[in-house]
Design a protein around this ligand. Structure first.
Ligand code: NAD
Ligand code: TYD
Length: 349
């Protein structure tokens, strides 16, 4: 067991980060958890309102690009572990403008690595755990991504995440920085910003708005419930081997069009609408530029070595997700009434 005192979690006000923070502060009351988040459009402290007063949790508003702030945090708080989730995360925004993806995902990650390397002086029981995506491997026609699949990123988002992964490995190789990387498939669940396929469609079905499907809807993603990702992060953080990479997937490949049809069916039932009423909202729109055809993960390494496997089926996870969005109308209304409207109009008109 590593001797852990203080964990810096970056991006903890975002979708996945908020689930990771909740799991860690509740399960490990002896750890001090510091959440560093810039609160971009995707960061939302409402995601953490149930745990914000816990004594082992602290929020710091700040940018991972800000070297002075990170140095101060490391020296004042005596941070011995990092779980790095902060990122610009949406592929469509990266296509419109990659600038913030380069700043946060590449420069921000390298900044954190540099401060950790200097502060830790080669301590081997410290850990820099970098959270990444399966999109770094590119687009699949057959087979599955394994930990040794060559990197072949295709979008500005995946190129920036691939670059950050390379920097993490370069810091391990060059300076001996103790690091682990995990690459996960598409997450879904409560608190996801409604620019991503599943929450965007939930919001649009609710409001009887068109459901924009890129191209023919035949692109395939491997979907994982966000709490299963958080539990994989917990397992890797505690039991993973330093300098290793772990792929995390849901064994759950779906064509986009089929995901949206299942959502329509679930919501027609919950909203007491006619059978297949919401499917009529499906609208095929111009394809995403450079749209990756298929992602699919071989997660046998984490299953065989660390005993993790997904626990929530897609049907159950989608129902829980829909229930959460229907129950948390103020959360959704706050988001879709602001900047989001401008984004939506420019992306879809
Ligand atoms: P998100 O966009 O919901 O949240 C990102 C968070 O990072 C926000 O709270 C935002 O305020 C914060 N942030 C952004 N720039 C920052 C900066 N410069 N300094 C400090 N904080 C900053 O993202 P997510 O979907 O929760 O993804 C979290 C991580 O997991 C990312 O690294 C992403 O690449 C990775 N990932 C996501 C998925 C997925 O399906 N969403 C899958 C695999 C991996
Ligand atoms: P998304 O949720 O943006 O995740 P990623 O691009 O990281 O996989 O998209 C999931 C899939 O859904 C992807 O193939 C693009 C597609 N998609 C649409 O068809 N319409 C949409 O409005 C969005 C946002 C995504």
């Amino acid at each position: 067991m590593k001797s852990i005192k203080t964990i810096l979690i970056t991006g903890g006000a975002g979708f996945i980060g908020s689930h990771v923070i909740r799991l860690f502060v509740n399960k490990y009351p002896n750890y001090r958890i510091i959440n560093l988040d810039k609160l971009t459009y995707a960061g939302n402290l409402e995601n953490l309102s149930d745990i914000e007063d816990l004594p082992n949790y602290t929020f710091v508003k700040g940018d991972i690009v800000d070297t002075e702030l990170i140095q101060r945090l490391f020296s004042e708080e005596d941070i011995d572990s990092v779980i790095h989730l902060a990122a610009e995360s949406h592929v469509d925004r990266s296509i419109t403008d990659p600038t913030d993806f380069i700043k946060t995902n590449i420069i921000g990650t390298t900044n954190l690595l540099t401060v950790a390397k200097t502060a830790w002086h080669g301590e081997s029981d410290h850990l820099f755990y970098h959270i990444s995506t399966d999109e770094v491997y590119g687009s699949l026609s057959e087979g599955l991504f394994t930990e040794s699949t060559p990197y072949d990123p295709q979008s500005p988002y995946s190129a920036s995440k691939a670059s950050s992964d390379h920097f993490v490995r370069a810091f391990s190789n060059t300076y001996g920085l103790p690091a682990i990387i995990s690459n996960c498939s598409n997450n879904y669940g409560p608190n996801q910003f409604p620019e991503k396929l599943i929450p965007l469609c939930i919001n649009n079905i609710k409001n009887r708005r068109p459901l924009p499907i890129y191209g023919k809807g035949e692109n395939i993603r491997d979907w994982l419930y966000v709490e299963d990702h958080a539990s994989a992060i917990d397992v890797i953080f505690h039991k993973g081997s330093t300098f290793e990479t772990y792929n995390i997937g849901g064994l759950n490949e779906w064509k986009n069009i089929d995901v949206v049809k299942v959502l329509c069916r679930i919501m027609d039932t919950k909203l007491e609408r006619n059978i297949k009423e919401s499917e009529k909202l499906i609208t095929f729109v111009r394809d995403r530029a450079g749209h990756d055809l298929r992602y699919a993960i071989d997660s046998s390494k984490i299953t065989n070595e660390l005993g993790w496997s997904p626990s929530v089926t897609f049907e159950v996870g989608l129902e829980q997700t829909v229930d959460w969005y229907l129950k948390n109308d103020p959360w959704l209304s706050n988001i879709v009434s602001g900047e989001y409207k401008k984004y939506y109009d420019s992306q879809y008109d």
